[in-house]
Design a protein around this ligand. Structure first.
Ligand code: FER
Length: 306
């Protein structure tokens, strides 16, 4: 039954009727069910690509460690010009955050069933992953901003597929209101070389779409298990030379058993054909879940701002 409902919802999205359709409730906490069952669906034609090497994250990378310094997470509120409401985001400040220093900023986006709490509350443990990376000296100084990527008056996570359109216009809120808020309330570098965007599923699609369309704002772009909102490669990259020059990192991961993998392989194939540096790691046997997304954050965070 779940599968039937889901397929209907996908079809509605495909004909562009999403904004008008009755609410479709997503199961909380991700879609373990994608694994295999939706082979190729939503991701377009499956494309064969050469995946980059999978290297397992070390044991304990996502476990709270004693005897190290911990960062803090605070919920901020900002006025959104494009939505016309006050919106929320969680901000991770690293251990010993010091307003006299300057920090890079990673915008970390959620999926269709989530909101500004998804990474924190649904098993992403971004604060723990980042604390451990800091303790080991593996990351540059950065703060991590986890917004609500559903740019609509009602930005509740219950919106499901019907909120696809709101995900599509989040760039206006992000660039127009959230980034200025973050840069004026925290001690940040504001240039593209110190700003990254990454996300899971719908947030992965948003990161690829918005990151590559705004290379003057984001030099580092990450898509974890990117959803069908991911634009096709030729649309994402209308100017091959420009991406080669202006993008510093285009990095993706997806579960090998995630039926959405085609969204990532189509981009990887285009990049390979056109000589654009691009990573796509196939996480062995995993579906659409936080095992893959935690791995994504762990690796992506180490590659940015360096
Ligand atoms: C779809 C399948 C999955 C889709 C979105 C998703 C917009 C998103 C999944 C997620 O964010 O976890 O067809 O269409």
């Amino acid at each position: 039954m779940k599968k039937v409902l889901f397929t209907v919802a996908l079809a509605l999205v495909a004909v562009g009727a999403s904004a008008q359709e009755p609410e479709f409730r997503m199961p909380m906490g991700g879609f373990g069910g994608f694994g295999g069952g939706f082979g190729g669906f939503g991701g377009g034609q499956q494309v064969d690509v050469k995946f980059d090497e999978y290297v397992a994250a070390p044991e304990g990378f996502d476990k709270e460690r004693e005897g190290i310094d911990h960062g803090t997470v605070q919920l901020i509120e900002y006025k959104s010009e494009s939505v016309g409401t006050v919106r929320k985001a969680n901000v991770y400040l690293p251990p010993k955050y010091d307003p006299n220093k300057k920090y890079s900023v990673l915008y970390l986006l959620h999926g269709i069933g989530g909101d500004e709490w998804e990474w924190m509350n649904d098993g992403g443990v971004p604060n723990i992953i980042m604390d451990n990376l800091y303790a080991d000296g593996k990351v540059a100084d950065m703060i991590v901003v986890m917004p609500n990527g559903r740019a609509a008056e009602n930005d509740s996570r219950a919106g499901g597929m019907a909120s696809s359109a709101a995900f599509g216009v989040f760039d206006k809120d992000l660039i127009g209101s959230l980034m200025p808020y973050i840069n004026s309330h925290f001690s940040t570098y504001t240039d593209k070389m110190h700003t990254a965007i990454a996300g899971l599923s719908m947030g992965g699609g948003q990161s690829l779409n918005f990151g590559l369309a705004n290379m003057d704002k984001f030099a580092y772009v990450g898509g974890f298990s990117s959803a069908p909102n991911t634009q096709r490669a030729a649309q994402l990259i209308p100017d091959v030379e420009k991406v080669k020059q202006e993008n510093k990192l285009l990095w993706m991961v997806c579960g090998g058993a995630d039926g959405l993998i085609g969204n990532s392989t189509q981009l990887k194939a285009f990049c390979d054909e056109n000589g654009i540096p691009c990573t796509l790691i196939n996480y062995p046997d995993e579906g659409h879940n936080f095992t893959v997304w935690k791995y994504g954050l762990y690796n992506f965070a180490q590659l940015i701002f360096k």
